[in-house]
Design a binder for this molecule. Structure first.
Ligand code: ZN
Ligand code: ZN
Length: 342
């Protein structure tokens, strides 16, 4: 079967032929219906994740159960499923609460999940090591729902942590309206009554944010972006800033627009630094860098999608085209999410 492979740090992804895998005891073989193309893949390709061996990329996966290893009880062939991405030990305190994204037994050199150190979903088939890592898609179509397993789950997890602060007179700011950000805008519209500001450097992405329900959109390339947002929020400033990019310009902007007793959450892996010496971050502001989301939260995200309250804006591509899609993503040319359909 064809697969898109990581072959080494600093090298482009390669489309190669590899054998179709067979599920061993406890494993499930999933026929891939869609694999989302995520910005994290660029980090994997360009900076690496401490794992040198080649593996198949793709950590936002959905498809249909194709074969069951012995002992698998809760699924049958043909079931439409999303693959829960962070693969923990399944038994530690975090995993017991379904927060496998915070598994205590993760170690350097160990894969985070399929597509992140071990074979993922940019292939015709993938092996999922345990049936607990599958979630039913219900009526959703794998090629449209695949990105929800990360691009929606990650902001959903971040937003849930801030929800108690988001009363109707507060303002939320989402920075970056790419894959995560365009889901964050929709999630905030259906989960909270706070006013919503979206910032991006790309006017087309801001137009999408407006269409998805943002009350104000601001081009963050403009030097008066912070001033504009602060005028809108008033003296209280933003109660929750969700930075879906995480580069230095966005984290700096975030510290300029966030209020006291607030949350500043950096979900993007852009490497921006925040100084915590009292000069940048207001009093009472909780700064955090959540990672992905829990399995239970994936069930919640899929329920929102199934009821039509959120959807990923997707463009479908052939598996062979993946290297050029990565190039487009790196250039900021992808709107919403690109999905590889093998
Ligand atoms: Zn991702
Ligand atoms: Zn664990």
């Amino acid at each position: 079967m064809k697969a898109v492979r990581f072959v080494g740090v600093g090298k482009p992804a390669e489309v190669v032929d590899i054998p179709k895998p067979e599920p061993k005891a406890g494993e499930v073989l999933v026929k891939i219906g869609g694999a989302g193309v995520c910005h994290s893949d660029l980090h994997v390709l360009q900076r690496g994740i401490g794992i040198d061996r080649p593996f198949t990329l793709g950590h936002e996966n959905a498809g249909w159960v194709a074969a069951l290893g012995s002992g698998v009880k809760n699924w049958k062939e043909g079931d439409a499923v999303a693959v829960y991405g962070p693969w923990g030990c399944g038994y530690c305190h975090a995993c017991t609460q379904s927060f496998e994204n915070y598994c205590e037994n993760w170690k350097p050199g160990k894969a985070y999940g399929g597509g992140l150190g071990t074979d993922g979903g940019m292939a015709e088939y993938m092996i999922v090591p345990s049936e607990r890592l599958l979630v039913s898609l219900g009526k959703l179509n794998p090629k449209d729902a695949a990105p929800l397993s990360d691009a929606a789950l990650t902001p959903y997890h971040a937003i849930k942590r801030a929800l108690p602060l988001l009363t109707p007179e507060t303002t939320v700011v989402v920075l970056g309206v790419g894959g995560l950000g365009h889901m964050a805008v929709q999630l905030l519209k259906c989960l909270s009554s706070a006013r919503l500001v979206a910032g991006d450097v790309d006017e087309a992405k801001l137009a999408m944010a407006k269409k998805l329900g943002a009350d104000l959109t601001v081009n963050t390339k403009n030097p008066d972006a912070a001033e504009k947002i602060n005028q809108f929020t008033g003296p209280r400033k933003a109660t929750f800033v969700l930075d879906c990019v995480g580069v230095q310009p966005t984290v700096t902007l975030a510290t300029q627009i966030v209020g006291m007793n607030s949350q500043l959450t950096v979900a993007g892996l852009g490497g921006g630094k925040i100084i915590m010496d009292g000069s940048e971050v207001p009093f009472g502001c909780m700064v955090s860098t959540p990672y992905w989301g829990s399995r239970a939260e994936l069930i919640e995200v899929l329920a929102l999608a199934e009821s039509g309250k959120i959807h990923a804006e997707v463009t479908h591509y052939k598996l062979e085209d993946t290297p050029s899609v990565y190039h487009k993503l790196d250039e900021g040319m992808i709107r919403g999410r690109a999905v590889i359909v093998p």
